[in-house]
Design a protein around this ligand. Structure first.
Ligand SMILES: Nc1ncnc2c1ncn2[C@@H]1O[C@H](COP(=O)(O)OP(=O)(O)OP(=O)(O)O)[C@@H](O)[C@H]1O
Length: 342
């Protein structure tokens, strides 16, 4: 299949700031893209434009050479060969699982025997063969979600679009479904675009993560790259539970900062230092008597460790982990093993 190309995409719903602006990205065949960003940043609007439910006010959407939409052109959703999975699953309550999954084939008047075979394959792909004759009311939330996935598989879409599909599920089920999505992606080979505001979900599932804020694309890269080398305050703040410190660094000091560099930045007495935002991840904050003095402002036991909030002498706060019990109000000292200049 051809790549999906969004070129300088814009969507305005009225006067005021556009919901999506100047957004360009390419999703290569078979990739799994997570669109990540805070509520209201325009993720769903991008997905709806790709699906064909909204028309761009500027820019264009192409599948390879084929123009799907621009301000003057609009290929209808049913002619895009895409499938969208909604949060609500949108299953027919009066139909069995197999009938729900086969419904798109019935609409397309696919031959009965062929349809039966495709339904079986799709149910096998989501491990629901044993549930073919049940009605949706007799399924768990996760099983309903899997029916919705199987239903989109039968049409062999070029692109599968998912809008926060796990938002209604509890934590345990979310983990199980993440596994199902990964498996679904591996088996179907479909290009997938997945909207979420949950960074750990995006990282766990996707081959590429696109971070959006206020209608714009801030960074698109692999989960590893976004985690290790976030660009700017918004991406840095969104990914990986880090703390952002305002420090002063010598010009040209690079982006990956070690402890001696960070320690000097706290002393900060040299001439010509520049203000810098530095991301420090909790796992890089090591309780160590040779480090900076810090006061514990909160401590929660998370199971295998304590999650701490610390306040440094300069008033800035840091998140840290400790295997040993630590109490709010304790004083300690910390070494910052690594930091990333945003
Ligand atoms: N049909 C519409 N008419 C007017 N404004 C809209 C419409 N749809 C979305 N918007 C506005 O566009 C902006 C982006 O909305 P969108 O739903 O794309 O964000 P989102 O990132 O998906 O948010 P969430 O995670 O809360 O669903 C918001 O300010 C929203 O109010």
């Amino acid at each position: 299949m051809a790549p999906l190309i969004l070129h300088a995409l814009e969507k305005r719903f009225g006067p005021g700031a556009p919901a999506v602006r100047d957004l360009s990205l390419t999703v290569r065949d078979g990739r799994f893209l997570a669109l990540l960003g805070p509520s209201g940043c325009g993720k769903t609007t991008v997905l709806r434009m790709i699906a064909g439910f909204e028309q761009p006010t500027d820019g264009s959407i192409l599948l390879g050479e084929r123009l799907l939409a621009d301000a003057a052109t609009m290929v209808p959703p049913e002619r895009r060969n895409m499938a969208m999975v909604f949060q609500s699953y949108a299953l027919w309550p009066h139909m069995t699982v197999a009938e729900n999954v086969g419904y798109p084939l019935k609409v397309r008047k696919v031959d009965r025997e062929r349809a039966r075979q495709k339904v079986c394959e799709a149910l096998a792909a989501v491990r629901l063969e044993a549930y073919a004759d049940r009605r949706p009311a007799a399924l768990s939330g996760g099983q309903r979600q899997r029916v919705a996935l199987a239903r989109c598989l039968v049409t062999e879409p070029d692109v599968v679009l998912l809008d926060e599909p796990l938002a209604n599920l509890d934590r345990h089920l979310r983990q199980e479904m993440e596994e199902t999505f990964r498996e679904f992606h591996a088996r179907s080979g479909a290009t997938m675009i997945y909207v979420t505001h949950d960074q750990s979900e995006a990282m766990a599932l996707a081959t590429d993560v696109a971070v959006m804020s206020e209608g714009r694309l801030l960074q698109m890269a692999s989960p590893e790259e976004i985690y290790a080398r976030p660009e700017g305050l918004v991406v840095g703040g969104l990914v990986g539970q880090g703390s952002i410190l305002s420090l002063r660094l010598p010009p040209g000091s690079g982006r990956l900062l070690d402890w001696p560099r960070l320690r000097d930045a706290f002393q900060g007495t040299e001439e010509g230092l520049m203000p810098a935002d530095v991301l420090v991840r909790p796992q890089d904050v090591v309780l160590d008597a040779t480090g900076l003095a810090a006061r514990v402002t909160s401590s929660f036991f998370e199971g295998e460790r304590y999650a701490l909030r610390l306040e440094l002498a300069n008033g800035q706060s840091l998140r840290a982990f400790s295997r040993q019990p630590v109490r709010a109000g304790d004083t300690t000292s910390v070494v910052l093993a690594s930091g990333w200049r945003l």
